[in-house]
Write a protein that binds this ligand. Structure first.
Ligand SMILES: Cc1ncc(COP(=O)(O)OP(=O)(O)O)c(N)n1
Ligand SMILES: Cc1nc(C(=O)O)sc1CCOP(=O)(O)O
Ligand SMILES: [Mg+2]
Length: 198
């Protein structure tokens, strides 16, 4: 199934309730540091909202809850892979997206036949501290040549102005967080993203 070219990431179901009606078709719920009961509630709400809006939900990190709550897509980073039961995830029918930052991580990801590969940070990010410097769009072109038909996600410091360059370099999808969540008008920004990527 083809992924939408715009892939925003939010840290609560409240954001989804607010912005999915604008037409987002691919979204990630990325929650850190929340007690399990509250986390499960957020994932359930996000799942139901996405169903209502015909949007694909990707759950970050929490693959066991995603299986239990019958979600259908998870995102795993390299550290998440260390503790993940890929067989169980696949047996439950979930799709898997994987983060990569260098060749070793890419090789590890490709061996798992993921449903997308993310490369980042393409530009510097203010969302989280990372050991990786900005990779640049040229690395998207390199990844494009290495991953065949697997969808390629550009993440890290992305904004609308930078998206065209990422697509030209070989990305299929562009993902963004703070360009939307820290914008003074997130609704207007999402509408502009949708116009730029459709
Ligand atoms: C689309 C996308 N790409 C990369 C990440 C980062 O995943 P990870 O390295 O596991 O870091 P955390 O997001 O869990 O802090 C992502 N979530 N989504
Ligand atoms: C969550 C995440 N993962 C990255 C990676 O490179 O793996 S960069 C990133 C943060 C993206 O946020 P923003 O769009 O605000 O820069
Ligand atoms: Mg993770």
């Amino acid at each position: 199934m083809k992924l939408d070219r715009f892939y925003p990431i939010f840290d609560s179901a409240k954001w989804l309730e607010r912005l999915l009606p604008l037409g987002i078709k691919l979204v990630q719920l990325r929650i850190k540091d929340m007690p399990e009961d509250a986390l499960r509630d957020e994932i359930r709400r996000a799942r139901d909202l996405c169903k209502q809006h015909n949007c694909t939900l990707v759950v970050n990190d929490y693959w066991q809850i995603a299986i239990e709550e019958k979600c259908d897509f998870i995102h795993l980073g390299q550290e998440d892979l260390d503790g993940a039961d890929i067989k169980a995830i696949r047996a439950a029918g979930l799709r898997i997206g994987i983060s990569t930052h260098d060749r070793a991580e890419l090789n590890r990801a490709l061996a798992l036949e993921p449903d997308y590969i993310a490369l980042g940070p393409i530009y510097p990010t203010i969302l989280k501290k990372m050991k990786w410097h900005e990779q640049g769009v040229e690395k998207l072109t390199k990844w494009r040549g290495l991953i065949g038909q697997t969808p390629l996600i550009a993440i890290g410091g992305m904004n609308i102005e930078r998206a065209a360059g990422a697509f030209e370099a070989g990305a299929d999808v562009v993902s963004a967080v703070t360009d939307i969540t820290l914008n003074e008008d997130p609704e207007a920004r999402v509408k502009a993203w949708l116009e730029a990527t459709r």
